[in-house]
Design a protein around this ligand. Structure first.
Ligand SMILES: [Zn+2]
Ligand SMILES: [Zn+2]
Length: 101
């Protein structure tokens, strides 16, 4: 299950939503450059995800094209502020978490 947070950018104070964690049947990638989200399904990577994480990064680089820029999509990159592109943000408060799957 993934979680969507309402977060506040430490740089410019913009409130935005950030998603973290994996969904039930998909994994969430973030672009290292612009923070864009992209999901890949469990079916696409299968058991490779648990067995061989470095292979997943290689697979993503070869098979998943970022939609908005030429940045690299990774499972580790954090969501970024839509305004100033900072990845430095605070959770607004715990009650704003929205679970989804
Ligand atoms: Zn990007
Ligand atoms: Zn910002």
């Amino acid at each position: 299950m993934g979680t969507q947070y309402r977060v506040t950018c430490r740089h410019c104070g913009t409130l935005f939503k950030a998603s973290n964690g994996d969904g039930f049947a998909f994994h969430l990638l973030h672009c290292e450059r612009c923070g864009a989200e992209q999901a890949i399904t469990d079916q696409q990577i299968g058991t490779m995800f648990r067995a061989d994480p470095p292979a997943v990064d290689a697979w993503i680089a070869a098979n998943v094209r970022p939609r908005r820029c030429s940045g690299r999509l990774t499972l580790d990159a954090k969501a970024q502020c839509p305004k100033c592109k900072s990845g430095d943000w605070d959770h607004d408060n715990a009650e704003s978490e929205i679970d989804y799957d």
